[in-house]
Design a protein around this ligand. Structure first.
Ligand code: FES
Length: 119
């Protein structure tokens, strides 16, 4: 499939270990937008790095998003917890809201992200 200017290669299949995260930049107009990959039990998801409480980046150590249990994405500012597979906030000020999902697809062995429509 042809790649659009809203697509970016973010890795190869299997290059992100389960329980780990990795940041990348989305090619948005003006400044690029930070996003991140998270491998949840072998399934990779991608989210915009923007809390739904205050629109701040969430990593508490550069590039690290999961809390100490490894079960939730935790916002560094006020500790909101999000489910890493659905993006739903289950604790904290933005309770019930969802992170912005970055669509992913696989082409060959490449993992490709697309800028979400909301951006
Ligand atoms: S900015 Fe993320 S919980 Fe407040």
């Amino acid at each position: 499939m042809e790649q659009s200017p809203r697509d970016i290669v973010v890795g190869t299949v299997g290059d992100l270990a389960p329980g780990t995260t990795r940041k990348f930049l989305l090619p948005t107009a003006g400044e690029p937008t930070e996003a991140f990959l998270v491998n949840v039990a072998g399934e990779v998801h991608a989210w915009v790095n923007r809390c739904r409480h205050v629109p701040l980046t969430m990593d508490w150590v550069e590039g690290r998003f999961l809390d100490e249990t490894g079960c939730y994405v935790m916002c560094a500012t006020h500790g909101a917890l999000y489910k890493p597979d659905t993006g739903e906030c289950v604790s904290g000020p933005p309770f019930g809201r969802f992170l912005i999902r970055v669509p992913l697809r696989i082409e060959g062995d490449r993992l490709i992200a697309t800028v979400p429509a909301e951006l």
